[in-house]
Unconditional design. Structure first.
Lengths: 306, 414
């Protein structure tokens, strides 16, 4: 009877395609804003990088001139090199975060309080951390001054020395980043299958062996996330540099993100084209990383599904 | 980002306020207490004297203004805006955004007395391409601030010549006192030292040629400046670790009696006095002579008012500028600001020895430099000051730094 219902035969276009279309409708607001505020500016920035423009006068097309100048710019290389230092040393946050997570992953009285104390740096604003570490490093009266005096570096200023400034900032940056990795790993440890550990124990696995072959593989997703956020954190390290040294002394603690800001938008900047060229270089580097990780993620997912 | 948002909010604020005839729109960056009070005073008085004009005043955040002015001059220009003299106004003059106000400077009929005469010493810094682009209303002196008691204790009298100055440094250093304090974290303090060394070694004209890009940084005359600088840097007469300190932080050693001198602007007096120094132990002297016979030019950053070329009410704007140039008005403003009036007929706040010394020095000055970062274009200034800081930490790199600055100069002044 119902099959003869004439209504059932006349399926509208909407009814036919509803399943296909509705996700796009739900995605539309996000996609529209994402393309206006993220995708479009990328292309506009790349476009500006071929111009000489101070934001006031009409812009002049200069072709690759900004990039050629970049190749001959000492400060650009210093910034690039510092970005590399950030990438390498910022990674310390991952193993340290893991170590602390394992240390905190136990049941004793008051562990919740202790855990939250370890999370704390992640909650504080980067600006505050930068400011406080600047005071720590203050020569002669900073917190670490007695220690420096003890090892014979009286009046040594970490942030005023071209060789140590970047490391000083990275160290300050590690403080919240470790807490971030710690949180990721603690949630990861919650999801560990106790049966597998049990089984491993029965087979005689102990200590480091147990950790390396049984616990760590199960933390793969947490590790992946921790590495991704740390890499991105290292590449976009801006606030710490801005607060602690402003790229100083004489540009030796600069990173690409801050150098771009300095050239394009700071008080002495307004070289929009040149700043955009720096941004484009930074974007390219990030793109490589992101594509690599997306590819790996995609591959892993497929392996999991097989 | 924050600045951007602020300026965006400001922009909407201005757009919504359309001006009518008889309305004078004034934009200023006077968000700090004293400058704000000064402008409140000016505007009230101007409205009293000109009942036909209603002033609409927009106060911008001091830092955000640097960004906002670039927007509002184009999109929604006020009738009057404040800014700074020297090359700082060059981008706006070049982009045709400031109005030529040479007629106010020339025509004595406008004002009580002749503007050019009363402000002759400041005219150079308001002139680009032979025309004047605004009216200066306040400035302050730079020079050497020193601890009188430390000088007396070590038998040093105020140095008049370079040799005396270096000798004073040597004496202080031997006594375990840092001769000159400086905080170069934000770079610009180093430019104060460079400017004075150059003004005294080579004179005002050469300094202007250098900041206008007419002379290479590898010129022997620039080398001569660094030779003099070497005499202070190499024996360690400047505060150690200056690159880690802001200018305020570098005041501490001076307050504590660990450092004796600071090459600074007059704005350093207020925090020094707040920290406990008194007129009895804090003094000021003019930067000493280096090359004998060179007329003494001084560093005196000047604040100015301008008329945007797209302003709607230029007639009243000019009346306002003339009003701002008047001796009695400048006197009152600067009493509030604690700075110096430009108009020679204005008197200065009584009982302030620093202002008195500054006024005396500047009224007799051969010419006024605006400060390196206002005289040189932005990009040159930023690279230059980085170079000065690097030099002060590594005097051996002088040659490399100067070659780098020369490379920048050739790019900037194409």
């Amino acid at each position: 009877m119902e099959l003869n219902n004439p209504k059932a035969k006349r399926i509208t276009w909407w009814q036919k395609n509803q399943i296909k279309i509705s996700p796009w409708i739900f995605l539309a607001p996000g996609l529209i804003f994402f393309s206006i505020y993220v995708i479009a500016p990328i292309f506009v920035s790349i476009g500006i990088s071929f111009y000489q423009w101070d934001g006031l006068s009409p812009s002049i097309y200069v072709g690759l001139q900004n990039y050629i100048e970049l190749l001959d710019d000492e400060y650009f290389y210093i910034s690039l090199w510092n970005n590399l230092k950030w990438l390498i040393f910022f990674m310390l946050a991952v193993p340290i975060g893991l170590g602390l997570a394992i240390f905190l992953n136990q049941i004793v009285f008051g562990i919740r309080l202790i855990k939250s104390l370890f999370f704390f740096p992640f909650v504080i604003s980067q600006v505050v951390i930068g400011l406080i570490f600047t005071w720590f490093y203050q020569p002669n009266y900073g917190v670490i001054a007695p220690f420096l005096n003890f090892i014979g570096l009286e009046g040594f200023s970490i942030l005023a020395n071209e060789n140590t400034a970047t490391y000083g900032i990275i160290f300050a940056g590690l403080y919240p980043q470790i807490a971030y990795c710690l949180i990721l790993y603690l949630t990861g440890l919650n999801n560990i299958n106790p049966e597998q550990i049990e089984a491993g124990r029965m087979d005689g696995a102990k200590g480091f062996h147990l950790f390396w072959n049984i616990v760590l593989p199960q933390l793969r997703h947490a590790t992946f996330l921790a590495i991704v956020v740390t890499v991105i954190g290292a590449l976009r390290s801006f606030d710490m540099v801005a607060i602690m040294t402003q790229g100083g002394p004489y540009g030796y603690s600069n990173v690409l993100a801050y150098y771009m800001f300095e050239q394009a938008l700071s008080e002495y900047g307004y070289r929009m084209g040149y700043g955009s060229a720096i941004a484009t270089v930074l974007f390219t580097i990030m793109m490589f990383y992101i594509l690599f990780f997306i590819y790996r993620m995609y591959r892993n997912e497929r392996e999991d599904n097989n | 980002m924050k600045k951007f948002i602020i300026s965006l909010i400001m922009m909407f604020g201005i757009i919504s306020s359309t001006s009518f005839a008889g309305t004078l729109v004034i934009n200023t960056d006077t968000s700090d207490a004293a400058p704000k009070e000064a402008f409140e005073y000016i505007i009230k008085k101007f409205e009293e004297e000109n009942p036909d004009v209603t002033v609409k005043w927009n106060v911008f955040d001091h830092e955000g203004y640097k960004q906002s002015i670039r927007n509002f001059l184009n999109t929604d220009p006020p009738d009057v805006a404040n800014w700074y003299a020297g090359n700082r106004m060059l981008p706006f003059v070049r982009a045709g955004l400031f109005e030529d106000v040479s007629d106010i400077w020339k025509d004595s009929g406008w004002v009580d007395g002749n503007l050019s005469e009363n402000m002759e010493h400041a005219k150079k810094s308001m002139t680009i391409g032979g025309k004047q682009w605004g009216i200066p209303y306040t400035y302050y002196q730079w020079g050497v601030y020193y601890r009188k008691d430390l000088f007396t204790a070590n038998g040093i009298s105020v140095p008049k010549t370079w040799d005396d100055f270096v000798a004073a440094c040597a004496t202080l250093k031997a006594a375990g006192i840092t001769p000159i304090t400086i905080g170069s974290k934000y770079l610009w303090t180093t430019a104060g030292v460079f400017d004075y060394l150059n003004l005294r070694t080579n004179g005002y004209e050469f300094h202007m040629d250098l900041t206008l890009g007419k002379v290479p940084y590898t010129d022997p005359k620039v080398q001569a400046v660094f030779d003099k600088w070497d005499e202070l840097v190499k024996p360690g007469y400047f505060l150690e670790n200056h690159a880690a300190l802001s200018w305020q932080e570098a005041l501490t050693p001076m307050v504590n009696g660990e450092a004796a001198m600071y090459v600074m602007g007059n704005f350093a007096v207020a925090p020094l006095k707040e920290a406990g120094l008194r007129d009895s132990n804090l003094g000021f002297f003019q930067f000493p002579e280096i090359t004998p016979g060179i007329p003494m030019a001084e560093e005196a950053p000047t604040d100015t008012v301008h008329i945007p070329s797209k302003a709607k009410n230029k007639t009243d704007a000019k009346r306002f500028l003339i009003f701002m140039s008047r001796a009695d008005v400048q006197e009152e403003i600067n009493k509030i600001l604690g700075q110096l009036p430009i108009n020679k007929n204005s008197s200065v706040k009584k009982g302030d020895p620093f202002l008195k010394a500054g006024l005396n020095m500047l009224n007799n000055a051969y010419a006024m430099a605006q400060f390196y970062d206002r005289d040189a274009p932005a990009q040159m200034a930023s690279e230059g000051m980085k170079g000065f800081q690097e030099y002060m930490s590594n005097p051996d790199r002088r040659q490399k730094i100067l070659e780098r600055l020369e490379k920048v100069r050739q790019k900037v002044y194409k």
